[in-house]
Design a protein around this ligand. Structure first.
Ligand code: RRO
Length: 295
């Protein structure tokens, strides 16, 4: 199998230990779990999304385990500003703080709390099941641009995580770029639902949720491909990645780095295992691979 050159990489203004990051929402709620994922071979980590006020999230059930994926409607549970103390000890490490808000002002307010600690921000403009947040803002390119600009003013690397639940993801990517984003991340979960035939009602407490895991990998590849065609800033791939070959495919579609989420739940050592297959001495420079499927 094709192998990449090991070592540090600079992506979207952030120095990463390698091309692999922990995606937002998985093991990202404590400083200890983020440190453990970094120690297990991730080149960077993204925290659970943090917002302007503490929240317990949606009523349960919040998760449905499927054959080829996971359906969740956690509902943005988060400790808000208390999370600053939680990750202070990780200052200087490649920790990207995921931020959400309902307005550009809320995005910049939350980001400012972490400005001394974070290696960068990932703006959640893509959660598919949170009224007034996430994709509710991120489906509107003007709002994407405004929220992005409100955070890039702080002067730290700012990535914008986009929703696949739109007709034209490229227009949202271009809006992020116009707002000064250093990278776009594709994709968040796909809006989805399951119904219990026994109970004759939706399984999730929130009725709607977001689908992640292997089932969404082809959608993520297509979105990365579309964004690479449209944007000049780096694209970071996310969605259903679970093997070294998936990482290479994402890179060929146009990803400069790749986030892994749901696969970590199946295998907490996934970063170590993927790295062992992905990297080797004499390996190829990733730059020659990124976007090669477009040529
Ligand atoms: O917390 C959630 O329910 C959640 C978030 Br913030 C997100 O961005 N994507 C998702 O599927 N769930």
């Amino acid at each position: 199998m094709l192998r990449l050159k090991p070592g540090h990489v600079d992506v979207g203004g952030v120095r990463l230990g390698n091309h692999l990051l922990l995606a937002a929402g998985i093991l990202g709620t404590t400083g200890a779990s983020l440190a453990r994922v970094l120690a297990s071979g991730a080149g960077g980590v993204v925290t659970k999304s943090i917002g302007p006020a503490p929240s317990d999230g949606h009523p349960g059930p919040c998760v449905v385990v499927l054959d080829d994926g996971l359906l969740n409607a956690m509902g943005l549970p988060n400790p808000s500003s208390d999370f600053v103390d939680e990750i202070t000890s990780l200052k200087g490490k490649p920790v990207i703080v995921s931020i959400f808000g309902g307005t550009p002002g809320e995005f910049s307010e939350v980001a400012a709390w972490f400005a001394d600690i974070a290696a960068g921000f990932e703006l959640n403009l893509s959660c598919p099941h949170a009224e007034g947040y996430g994709a509710a803002l991120g489906s509107d390119p003007e709002m994407v641009e405004a929220c992005t600009r409100a955070v890039t003013r702080l002067g730290l690397p700012t990535w914008v995580k986009l929703t696949p639940n739109v007709a034209d993801i490229a227009s949202c990517g271009l809006a992020a770029e116009k707002g000064g984003a250093h990278a776009v991340v594709a994709i968040n979960t796909l809006k989805a639902m399951r119904i219990s035939t026994g109970l004759r009602m939706p399984v999730l407490g929130n009725r709607y949720g977001g689908l992640s895991g292997r089932a969404i990998f082809p959608v993520a590849v297509r979105c990365v491909y579309d964004l690479y065609e449209a944007c000049s800033i780096p694209v970071i791939g996310c969605g259903g990645v679970s093997s070294a070959d998936d990482v290479l495919e994402m890179m060929m579609a146009g990803a400069s780095a790749v986030e892994i989420g749901t696969a970590v739940l199946d295998d907490p050592l996934v970063f170590r295992e993927i790295s062992e297959h992905l990297y080797g001495t004499g390996g190829e420079d990733a730059a020659s691979l990124v976007g090669c499927a477009h040529e």
